[in-house]
Design a protein around this ligand. Sequence first.
Ligand code: ASP
Length: 445
Amino acid sequence: MSVIVAKFGGSSLSDAEQFLKVRKILLQNQDRKFVVPSAPGKRNSGDVKVTDLLYECHRLAAANKDINAPFAKVTERCQLIAANLSLDVGLDEKLSEIKRRIIEEKSAAYAASRGEYLCGLLLAKLLGWDFIDPAGLILFDHNGILDAEATQIACSHELMKHERAVIPGFYGSTFDGEIRTFSRGGSDVTGAVVARAADADLYENWTDVSGFLTADPRIVKNPKRIEQITYKELRELSYMGASVLHEDAIFPVRKAGIPINIRNTNEPGHPGTIIIPQAKGEPAAGITGIAGHKGFAVVAIEKAMMNAELGFGRRVLQAAEECGVSFEHLPTGIDTMCVVMPQEALRQVRERFIQRIIELTEPDSIEIHDEMALIATVGRGMVRQRGIASRLFNALFNAGVNIRMIDQGSSEMNIIIGVSNHEFETAVLAIYNTFIDESATPAHE
Ligand code: ASP
C-alpha cells in the first residue's frame, strides 16, 4: 500500500461546502493518510482570508488596541463551518484562550498560526482522524529558519504512531516551544516536510487550479496546462514568476525523490500537473512552459581588453555585493560585461553602485538600460533538439520584437531573452504560438 500526503490550500477549506469536497477526495483513495490543511481562505473575491484577519488582530494587539472586530470575524468563520457540519471541537473555549494569548503575548506567529490550528481541529473531527499539532515537530531555529533534519526526525517518529492524521500547515515551533511560521503560503512547505517524513509515494497539493499553465493566462488566452514537469524546470519557471507553489516546498520532496501532484479541489477528476524528479520522455512541443516578468535593468560596463584583465568580473560583483544587490544574469562580450538586476533593487543603490564600479574597475563607459523584461522559455527537451533557439528568435523577429539580451543557462533547458517592457506581452505570445499552439490569441484583445 502506498502513502499519499495531501495538502489543501485555503480556498479548498473556505467554508463547510469546501470541507465536504475535501472529505470526499480524501475518502476516495485509502492511500491518502496524512492531510495538511491551510487556514480557511476567501469564499469570494471580496472576502478576507482568516490568516489576514489574524495578522490584523496581532497588529491591533501590538498597538494595544481593541481586537474585537477582526477577532469576531475569525470566530464567525470557524463557528459557521462547525455549525454547518455539526462539529463539536470545544470552539468557544479554544477561541477565548486564543484571543487572550493574542492580546497578552503579542506574537505575530502565534496569532497567524491559529487559522491552521483551528481548521486542522475541525477537519480532523469531520474525518474522525487523529490531530497532530506541529508545534514541537516542525522545528525552527531562533532566526526562524527550519531545522530540516531535526524536523525530519521528530516528524517521522510521530507519524509512525498514527494510521491517519491531520497536521495543520504553516507553523511549527522553536525547540523551546515558541510558535513560528513559514513565510506566507507556507502550508505548501509543511506538506512537503510531512511527505518526506512519512516517506510518502506522492505529495498531492490541492488548490483551486488544475495544475500549472504553460504561460500566463493574463497574456495568452486559455493557455494549455503542463501535464508533467521536472523539479528543475519548475524552479526555472517559478523563479521567473510562475507561482502556484511556495518555492521552499520543492526542496524537501525533491531531496527524497517524491513527486508532487498539483490538483484542483473544485475539479477533482482532472489529473492536474505532476512534478517529478526525472522526466519520462520529452514534452511534445520541445518546451514545457514560458514565464517572465518586467522591471529589470541592465548595467553595461565596457572596457577595452576587459577579457584579459584578471579579476574584472570579481570586482564588478564585489561592487554589487557591497551595495547589497544580487544579480540575475551576467551576459558578457569581449570588452563588455552586463549585470542584469531588478530595477527596483538597483534604484535604491544606483549612485553608489556606479561609483564603486568606477573605483574598482576603471571602465571606459557604463550605461544603464532600464525597462527591460526577461522571458524564460523552459524545456528539458531542448538539450537534445536542434533548432529550438532558431525557432525562438524567428518567432520574435516575425513579431517585430527586438531582442536585447540572450542567455542560455548551462543546464540547457532554459533560454532567457531580454526585451523592452512594452514588447513583453507580444514576445510571450509569439513564443507560445511557435511552440505550443499557433492559434492562441492574446488574453485581452
Ligand atoms: N494561511 C497561510 C497564508 O495565508 C499559509 C498558507 O495558506 O499556506 O499565508
